[in-house]
Design a protein around this ligand. Structure first.
Ligand code: PRP
Length: 216
């Protein structure tokens, strides 16, 4: 069977609502940050559906023994927020994955060339190959940043099939790059927008999510 990039846009009213709030140019920074946190929470909830490892067990209810399913906490779980904007989604993701380790990755696009450069890398030298990794970044635009993050992770032993990317807006150039390089990878996004303009902004998009989250 040929593997393909999977891109899910969950048709959930909460996700649609917080996306609308985030898109609105009139939304002040404090509410924008809340919207991104909520999107991180609900998109991670959706992404966890077929990704969180579980184990079958049994528990005693007050009335009888019964079969039960628990999260398998022996399997390593990690969240990799791409700084800065990925920190907003991280806050929501952590409410769903409180036991995941957090490895920060600081990437900044050059405003002229749009090439990303790495200014902070807290990834371990090697990951256990079973590690489930969730990457958070609100925007996949030209795809340079997410491709750099994927390279850093796969070089360190992460299986692309165990990665979930959580973003708010994904654009075709980024999805095409990911699809070419990582069939079998899964992306959860609040929406897919059609255009990336000459300045590298997704249209309609969210504007500069990092600046809007941090009020800079
Ligand atoms: C934005 C965004 C992504 C990247 C997407 O970050 O959060 O990381 O650009 O663009 P690309 O797909 O073309 O690489 P930015 O570099 O503006 O940094 P910030 O999060 O610190 O604002």
């Amino acid at each position: 069977m040929t593997q393909q990039l999977l891109v899910y846009v969950p048709p959930h009213p909460l996700i649609k609502h917080w996306l609308a709030v985030a898109r609105d140019v009139a939304t002040p920074s404090v509410l924008f940050r809340s919207a991104i946190i909520e999107l991180g929470r609900w998109l991670t909830y959706e992404a966890a559906r077929d990704w969180l490892p579980t184990q079958e067990t049994a528990v005693e209810s007050p009335l009888a023994a019964c079969p039960a399913t628990l999260i398998d906490t022996q399997v390593p779980m990690a969240v990799v927020p791409i700084l800065r904007a990925g920190l907003g989604l991280l806050e929501g993701a952590q409410t769903v994955l409180p036991l995941a380790k957090i490895y920060h990755l600081g990437l900044e696009r050059n405003e002229e060339t749009l090439e990303p450069s790495c200014y902070l890398n807290k990834l371990p030298d090697k990951f256990d190959p079973e590690t489930r990794v969730l990457i958070t970044d609100p925007m996949l635009a030209t795809g340079g940043s997410i491709m750099a993050a994927m390279a850093e992770l796969t070089q360190r032993g992460v299986d692309p099939a165990l990665i979930r990317i959580v973003c708010v807006v994904a654009a075709p150039p980024a999805l095409q790059k990911l699809s070419g390089a990582y069939p079998g990878l899964t992306v959860y996004s609040a929406t897919i927008d059609g255009t990336v303009n000459e300045q590298g902004f997704i249209v309609p998009g969210l504007g500069d999510a990092g600046d809007r989250i941090f009020g800079t």
